[in-house]
Write a new protein. Structure first.
Length: 204
């Protein structure tokens, strides 16, 4: 595609580098911003700068936050005795969309995958264990996608939690094996959370 402006071309290149945005969509976004004038573009760029400079990681659950603690961890109306363990912040947001969960979260930031060289020490597992040791936690919900890496991670965490007085649950397998939580529909994901089942450690 030929462009009448190098600036427009570079803008399209920048937007099309984002996940899920093709060049045609990037072109529409660029032209939309160009037609909105300088102030609209300045507001947009300031928001992106805030994303780069002001976004923090919650010191408790490792989700994104504006302060040291995210709005969920700092909310006294949430049930802090129930922790939902998720692989990523995207999964946290997907579960929040269902409005079926009133507890708090812990973001692992990945799954154990020996093939990819990802071990427990590269995930937020030690902080999770510290939370369980420090806080009065009644239940841990393993809201982790069903796949080889997910099952390995759940198995490892369950082994670490042996001997502790905490209930361990996994989400109901309405989520198909190998699928991503963020792409599950709200009904299926919400039902999986609501109909979670106890997890039993079976050592082979």
């Amino acid at each position: 595609m030929k462009y009448t402006s190098k600036i427009l071309q570079e803008t399209v290149d920048a937007f099309s580098s984002l996940p899920g945005i093709g060049r045609k969509s990037a072109m529409r976004i660029a032209l939309h911003l160009a037609n909105k004038g300088r102030q609209r573009i300045m507001n947009f760029s300031q928001t992106l700068m805030m994303l780069s400079e002001g976004l923090k990681t919650c010191k408790t659950c490792y989700a994104y936050a504006d302060e040291e603690q995210c709005s969920i961890c700092s909310n006294p109306s949430r049930n802090h005795k129930v922790i939902c363990v998720v692989e990523s912040i995207r999964d946290l947001m997907a579960i929040e969309e269902t409005q079926q969960f009133s507890g708090v979260y812990h973001v692992l930031n990945g799954l154990i995958s020996p093939v990819d060289g990802i071990g427990p020490d590269q995930l937020n597992i030690d902080p999770l264990l510290a939370r369980i040791n420090t806080d009065e936690v009644d239940e841990i919900i393993m809201a982790i996608r069903p796949c080889i890496e997910g099952d390995t991670t759940v198995y490892y965490l369950t082994r670490q939690l042996q001997g502790k007085e905490v209930k361990i649950s996994i989400i109901a397998r309405g989520i198909s094996f190998g699928s991503e939580l963020e792409f599950a529909d709200e009904f299926t994901l919400g039902r999986s959370i609501a109909e979670r089942v106890p997890y039993s450690l079976q050592v082979k």
